[in-house]
Design a protein around this ligand. Sequence first.
Ligand code: ATP
Length: 364
Amino acid sequence: MTLTAPATQAEPAGTSAATVEFRGLRRAFGSTVALDGFDLTARPGELLALLGPSGCGKTTALRMLAGFEHPDSGDILVDGEDVTRVPAHRRDAGMVFQSYSLFPHLSALDNVAFGLRMRKIRTGERRARAAELLDLVGLADRGDQYPHQLSGGQQQRIALARALALRPRVLLLDEPLSALDAKVRLNLREEIRRLQQELGITTLFVTHDQEEALSMADRVAVMRAGRLEQCAAPAELYARPTTAFVAEFVGTMSRVPGRLAEARDTVEVLGRRLPLDGDAPEGALDVDVLVRPEAVRVAADAEGTARVVATAFLGSAIRLTVRLAGATEVKADLPTHEAAALAPGAPVTVTLPERPVLVAPRTA
Ligand code: ATP
């Protein structure tokens, strides 16, 4: 499908896009604290993904911005205006949910036009606007069909068109792709991103799928237990996570035991002394060194004390699991041709990168 924003829909980039600020949001449901001092700012026109494990508060934060949920304390600002106590229907937010949530008894066109009808926009204008939106999501010819006659991906496009019909200041997407099968999900990922960029609309996107977040977002906000852990562009988050939680939640990471020098400026690991990239953790000198699989080198070595214990074909590479002396296991990605001789049981030596991603307090 082609996604070209009609002139009436898209404001010039940057002029209509809103800044969204969550300030110190707290919300408890009984003894469960869903948000615990949550701070985050979305920049005008960006696609900001909220990523984190189940129950970390992503949906609660999004629903609060929509006005469906209210904080016990803290504020939400849109373009500097405090909307914390503004009712949902006056928030100017378009939302798409995980389940398609279309009205089953309404046609695709009437679903898209629903919000316009509530706003008492007259019939002709309403239908023209709805048709424009259907065109925008590539379903101009499906306006007369009912939800049960449409595929899951098509229903989500209708939901997206409905969310955009009122020209919202922010677009909120709550796991909009997770009910779809893999191929449709990949297509819709790209289409949502293109549409979002063309419209220049500030978009918050909740997902627990790190690949989805990294591939679509301008920035990714990693949440943990109701708080923001780190917010950064995907490449930055991957290469320079500021906490072990982020390092291990985003991408694959292995922990290798090491020991900090007394001066805490280097770490000794697998018989080498490596410089530290960031700050050394406080506390004990025994630490874990965190490394990415693509940065670990593995070579066949009859004298080696490490052993390959498993191999997995990834397409472009083979991922080896190597057991070091002790019970430590390290993942390493090797080009397919290099890994051919490294079957499970093969003795090997393992070389860590000069700069590990992070050094963290020892967990076990
Ligand atoms: P998931 O990825 O599983 O959807 P999430 O990060 O979106 O998780 P939330 O749905 O925001 O998490 O929920 C955060 C916590 O608050 C969870 O422990 C959840 O059970 C709890 N919670 C959320 N809404 C309610 C509610 N209405 N009543 C009771 N508990 C709630």
